[in-house]
Design a protein around this ligand. Structure first.
Ligand SMILES: Cc1ncc(COP(=O)(O)O)c(C=O)c1O
Length: 471
């Protein structure tokens, strides 16, 4: 009997893991399940009790059993404390190739790239076929971008509280190019740029190629960039620009509240420092409304807004945009001088997808899937990593920031994991200093599978070895 109810519990749990029953859904009634599994009602009830204890089910009076994903009590990493000095960036030393082709055989827990399963593949294929049939329209240069694309973006941005016209929008090769153009337009080599700490490595790399110095400002795990830290930095240093991922930062997953975005914009305006806002994860809140960007509080054109469709539609389209405010002329010139224009076909395809409402429909489902996927990964880390591990609780996007116990070296875990074809991002990539040496960033945008589950278990064991801690 004991073995039987455990077996039923395992089967239901694996159906939940496979996503057959999703978070918040009601399980079929006990009678139905007893017929389905060919067991008695009391066996089903015992299986339910087991799953409730494991955190996978919730009994609601008179309504039945509902699926929930186990919440772990793993703490969230603390905010970095140390005050920083401006430092030249040498991202080359830190850059680890996380997404090249030969990485494809590895367990993909490193690059912040969604597994194809999450992407709207069929819809974008159809839109691309349609775009390819648009004759001459696909074949010419499209500086500053296809009007149909920029019109769609203008509509979306206006709905977010940023009333812009298509002429204020420039199509770019992803958000990375947008950030590079913005930095080039407003700085000269040697300038100091305030960045988040931990920071998305691509931003540090953008600083490096422009010969800029990074001044790291701590990021709070839920509130985002420390405004107090930024204020002190502005008083002490001659900062020329500030780059912030305001919504669901990478790697922390933090989101600044509207009031803090408003303060950020006002503080930088007063200091005469342009804000480069990277809003690439803004469309991916796990719950609730799409948050507004800081640009919505910009009354003077001091915010340069950058974003892309890499985290939603596909990174391979290489399609983003920039709204450069009062720096528009310089930014547009940088774009024209560096590569003339962005490819037309992806712009036409994405414009079509947006115009037909497909993008909004897709977002409605994928947000919930990212919540489930990151929660599942969090739960697995909570279970399989040694005590003392802390994990971020992102409010959107799909990456997790993991602090290892005993200040164990993330680089060492990364190296050992790589030998076993498991890829993770070592914490040292996220700073110009070694202050995040004992961190890892994990990509949660993978459908759950035994392969991922085993990889997380193995990472936990490797961490225990490196930390010198028993499991
Ligand atoms: C915060 C952040 N900004 C920018 C980028 C680069 O985006 P894109 O592929 O649009 O150039 C990424 C990609 O990982 C990111 O996480």
């Amino acid at each position: 009997m004991g073995i039987l109810y455990n077996r039923v519990a395992e089967q239901i749990q694996s159906l939940i893991r496979e996503g057959v029953y999703r978070e918040g859904e009601r399980l079929p009634g006990v009678r139905v399940l007893s017929r389905q599994f060919g067991v008695s009602i009391s066996t089903v009830l015992q299986a339910h009790q087991t799953l409730e204890n494991r955190g996978y089910l919730e009994a609601r009076e008179r309504s039945g059993y509902f699926v929930r994903l186990p919440r772990v009590n793993t703490p969230v990493p603390a905010m970095a404390r140390s005050r920083s000095r401006p430092a030249p960036v040498s991202a080359r030393d830190m850059a680890v190739d996380l997404c090249s082709q030969d990485q494809q055989r590895m367990v993909p827990l490193a690059a912040a790239v969604p597994h194809a399963d999450f992407l709207p593949l069929r819809q974008i294929q159809q839109a691309s076929l349609w775009a390819a049939r648009q004759g001459l329209d696909v074949l010419d240069y499209s500086f500053p971008g296809k009007l149909v694309y920029r019109r769609q973006l203008a509509q979306r941005m206006t709905a977010l509280g940023v009333p812009v016209v298509p002429d204020e929008i420039l199509a770019t090769n992803g958000a990375q190019e947008a950030i590079i153009l913005a930095l080039r337009a407003i700085t000269v080599p040697g300038d100091i740029v305030a960045v988040e700490s931990p920071s998305f490595p691509g931003i540090l790399q953008a600083l490096e190629i422009a010969g800029l110095r990074a001044l790291e400002i701590p990021v709070h795990p839920t509130d985002g960039l420390s405004l107090e830290g930024l204020q002190m930095a502005l008083e002490q240093w001659h900062v020329k620009a500030c780059v912030v991922v305001t919504n669901h930062s990478n790697p922390m997953g933090a989101r600044m509240a509207d009031s803090r975005k408003q303060q950020l914009v006002a503080m930088l305006e007063q200091a005469g420092v342009p804000l480069i806002e990277d809003d690439i994860y803004g469309d991916l809140p796990h719950t609730g409304e799409r948050p507004r960007p800081a640009k919505a509080f910009d009354r003077t054109g001091n915010v340069i807004y950058c974003s892309s469709f890499s985290k939603t539609i596909s990174p391979g389209l290489r399609l983003g945009w920039i709204v450069a405010g009062r720096y528009q002329a310089e930014v547009h010139q940088q774009k024209y001088f560096s590569n003339l224009a962005t490819a037309s076909l992806p712009q036409l395809a994405v414009a079509r997808f947006l115009e037909q409402g497909g993008y909004d429909r897709y977002l409605r489902t994928v947000r919930q899937r990212y919540l489930e996927a990151t929660e599942r990964l969090r739960a697995a880390i909570g279970r399989d990593f040694p005590e003392g591990t802390a994990v971020s609780q992102p409010q959107g996007g799909f990456v997790l920031w993991v602090e290892l116990p005993n200040r164990a070296s993330g680089t060492e875990v990364f190296r050992r994991a790589r030998e076993e074809d498991i890829n993770v991002a070592p914490g040292r990539m996220f700073s110009t200093t070694d202050k995040f040496e004992h961190f890892l960033r994990l990509n949660g945008a993978n459908p759950w599978s035994e392969r991922i589950e085993r990889a997380v278990q193995r990472l936990g064991q490797l961490t225990a070895e490196v930390a010198g801690r028993p499991m």
